[in-house]
Design a protein. Structure first.
Length: 126
C-alpha cells in the first residue's frame, strides 16, 4: 500500500503539493504511488527557475529504468526554486518522495482549486 500523507494535496496525475504556511509557495513532487510505478528513477529533467506554467502543462520528466514519465504542473504559477540535489541523486525521488525527493517550488498564480485531499487520492489509487 502506498504512503499518502494527510497534510498534502494531490492531483489525479500523482503529483503532491504542500503549501507553505508563511510564504504560500507550493512544494511539488510525485507521490509514493507514482515513484513505485516508475521503479528506479535514473534521471529527472526539471524546469528552469522563472519558468511559468499553466495547470496541466508538462513541467518536468522523470526517467526510470522502465520508462520516461511526464510530470504535470498541478497548479498555475512560476517556478521559484528547483531541487538541484536531483541532478546528482535522482534516486531521492524513490527513497524519499515526500521529503528529499521534491522537485520544484511554485509561486501560485490565481486560484488553486481542483486538488484532491489525502482521502480522495487514496480512493483514486485503490
Amino acid at each position: 500500500m502506498s504512503l499518502v500523507p494527510d497534510n498534502l494535496n494531490y492531483t489525479e496525475e500523482h503529483e503532491w503539493l504542500k503549501f507553505g504556511k508563511k510564504d504560500g509557495l507550493a512544494r511539488v513532487g510525485i507521490t509514493d504511488y507514482a515513484q513505485d510505478s516508475l521503479s528506479d528513477v535514473v534521471f529527472v529533467e526539471l524546469p528552469e527557475v522563472g519558468d511559468q506554467f499553466t495547470r496541466g502543462d508538462i513541467m518536468a520528466v522523470a526517467e526510470s529504468v522502465k520508462a520516461a514519465s511526464d510530470i504535470y504542473a498541478p497548479i498555475s504559477g512560476k517556478i521559484v526554486s528547483i531541487n538541484e540535489k536531483l541532478e546528482e541523486s535522482p534516486e531521492l525521488v524513490n527513497e524519499s518522495p515526500y521529503e528529499f525527493g521534491w522537485m520544484v517550488l511554485i509561486e501560485p498564480e490565481g486560484e488553486v482549486n481542483g486538488l484532491l485531499d489525502a482521502a480522495s487520492y487514496r480512493e483514486s489509487i485503490d
